[in-house]
Design a protein around this ligand. Structure first.
Ligand SMILES: [Zn+2]
Ligand SMILES: [Zn+2]
Length: 150
């Protein structure tokens, strides 16, 4: 006679978990007596539901320190990659700005022709314009600045 670990029922026979060494009645063990008998020799390696669940991939993943370390390494690598991506992101921004400037420059040049502006040029990625050799230079940052051609 023993008491089932789960419900405390006193029973004469029931599966004994190979891992946690707790013994259950058949109802709590989740196996019928017939099926348990059929296990034959493998009865000695039977595991209770708790131990079976603990062996599932999800918990093995968390309980495995080796994997935890590898996760940390992966995180570090990811941070590294992200840091390397920052200059790339600003490069993409630069390209965007250049593309935008190109369109703006074309408009500025067209306008300059119409409005008789002598100079439209780019310096350090900035579009600059000047009506004549003696007039002040102004910067064209956006479409709004195109109004300065007057
Ligand atoms: Zn029980
Ligand atoms: Zn167990």
């Amino acid at each position: 006679m023993f008491s089932c670990t789960r419900c405390g029922n006193k029973v004469s026979d029931g599966p004994l978990c190979n891992l946690c060494k707790r013994q259950f009645d058949f109802a709590c063990a989740g196996i019928t007596e017939t099926n348990f008998r059929k296990l034959g020799e493998r009865r000695s390696t039977w595991r209770c539901i708790d131990c079976k669940n603990a062996q599932s991939p999800a918990s093995t993943f968390c309980n495995n320190p080796g994997i935890a370390v590898r996760l940390e390494e992966m995180q570090a690598t990811l941070v590294n990659i992200t840091q390397q991506l920052v200059p790339l992101a600003s490069l993409i921004e630069d390209v965007k700005t250049i593309k935008l400037n190109k369109a703006l420059l074309k408009k500025a040049k067209d306008l300059a022709k119409i409005k008789n502006f002598k100079y439209v040029w780019i310096k350090h990625c900035k579009i600059l314009a000047r009506k004549s050799d003696t007039s002040p230079t102004f910067r064209i940052k956006s479409e709004k600045d195109l109004l300065k051609f007057s």
